[in-house]
Design a protein around this ligand. Structure first.
Ligand code: NAD
Length: 284
């Protein structure tokens, strides 16, 4: 059973709203914080929309459980209020100075026993721990987008994280319906992206350099490994804008060629993946 009772989530964007909803869906009282009344209102809209999403994905359209979860969620733009929790999960923008400033304030406002967890995808706990004022009670708890379907939660501390705190967070992750993945040392990309990013990169290289079509790359992966989806099917879910931005940010000749291929054949034609009805494949 989780030792945490009161949960707060900081940031009510794409991931923060899902994390808050997931915890509430599993019975926790959750306070969701955002920086202004406008941001809170936008977050409320995302939380409202998640009622139908959860009901559809998990309860065959029956809204009873999802509506009860919505009732366990309160929102606020008062950080002092959100700080009154046993576990605070931070899903603020992926900007190091924003996170450091936030943890600096939080460290002053939160009770001594409160544990802080960051959902950062690209920053390591070590990049942020000094600003928390409590590095022993700070670690990463990393969710994937659409956490109600893709329910891994990677738990990763710094070398200063208290092992007992790490275990408490593992237990909490289980309590909210996640499959905890314990990462024993700091690793950029955790487990999932350490595997997935090179796979997607290799797939795009094969297609962008005309070795094989996306369809044949996917077919090979599905038949050869028994996996239900190939890398281009996964890329359609991730979104081609994200794939383009990541490739384009890399100066290497290979990455620039992949970026140009994505731009010309897909992004510039509005083929951005599942979200727009077409990417490498057509949907709907
Ligand atoms: P987002 O832009 O959708 O949401 C960020 C939210 O944080 C917004 O509601 C914003 O108003 C709020 N915010 C701004 N400044 C803040 C502050 N000082 N304190 C608290 N909240 C603040 O971003 P997102 O996609 O939800 O990403 C949030 C975090 O989750 C990032 O660290 C990112 O790496 C991580 N993450 C994202 C994904 C994804 O697929 N989007 C997946 C895994 C992890």
């Amino acid at each position: 059973m989780s030792t945490f009772e009161k949960i707060s989530v900081l940031g009510t964007g794409v991931l923060g709203s899902q994390i808050a909803f997931q915890a509430a869906y599993h019975g926790f009282a959750v306070t969701a914080y955002d920086i202004s009344d406008e941001a809170v209102a936008a977050g409320e809209g995302r939380l409202d929309a998640l009622v139908a999403t959860y009901a559809g994905a998990l309860d065959s359209g029956d809204r009873t459980k999802a509506e009860a979860a919505r009732g366990r969620l309160t929102t606020t733009s008062d950080l002092a209020l959100a700080a009154q929790a046993d576990l605070i999960i931070e899903a603020a923008p992926e900007i190091i100075d924003v996170k450091r400033e936030l943890y600096g304030r939080l460290g002053e406002l939160a009770p001594e026993h409160t544990v802080f967890a960051t959902n950062s995808s690209t920053l390591l706990p070590s990049d942020i721990k000094a600003s928390t004022g409590r590095p022993d009670k700070f670690l990463a708890l990393h969710f994937a987008n659409h956490i109600f379907l893709f329910n891994t939660a990677e738990v990763m501390g710094s070398d200063e994280t208290d092992p007992a705190v790490f275990q408490q967070v593992v237990v909490f992750a289980e309590a909210i319906g996640m499959v905890p993945i314990e990462v024993h040392k700091e690793k950029a990309g955790y487990v999932l992206n350490s595997l997935l990013v090179p796979l997607l990169d290799a797939a795009m290289e094969l297609a962008a350099f005309d070795y094989a079509t996306p369809e044949d790359v996917d077919k090979t992966w599905r038949i050869g490994t028994g996996s239900p989806a190939g890398p281009f099917q996964i890329l359609d879910i991730v979104g081609l804008t994200t794939a383009y931005n990541i490739s384009n940010a890399h100066p290497s000749e290979k990455s620039q060629k992949i970026a140009a291929w994505l731009k010309e054949n897909y992004v510039d034609q509005g083929k951005l993946g599942v979200a727009t009805g077409e990417g490498f494949y057509r949907y709907g």
